[in-house]
Design a protein around this ligand. Structure first.
Ligand code: ZN
Length: 81
């Protein structure tokens, strides 16, 4: 199943609303560490699935074959407080 062929499981946006891209996954800012004048934080490239309609997102992981990505369920975007 291609992401462009399915509707969003969160907001039921029509097919085409879901996009997958490789994005740099970084932890929350609170976990950054200061070393001298430099900021250092762990980061890794990971497949990112997101809905352009409701902004729900999911971080996936590459399968060991390097050709498939597995995504957990989409997480609805927290409304701004
Ligand atoms: Zn959605």
């Amino acid at each position: 199943v291609k992401p462009e062929d399915v509707s969003c499981p969160v907001c039921a946006a029509p097919p085409g609303s879901l996009t997958i891209e490789m994005a740099l996954q970084v932890p929350q800012l609170g976990t950054w560490s200061l070393a001298g004048a430099q900021l250092k934080t762990p980061a890794r490239w990971a497949p990112h699935l997101s809905c352009s309609s409701c902004l729900a997102e999911s971080w996936g992981s590459m399968d060991s074959d390097g050709h498939h990505a597995t995504f957990p369920a989409l997480v609805p975007k927290e409304p701004p407080s």
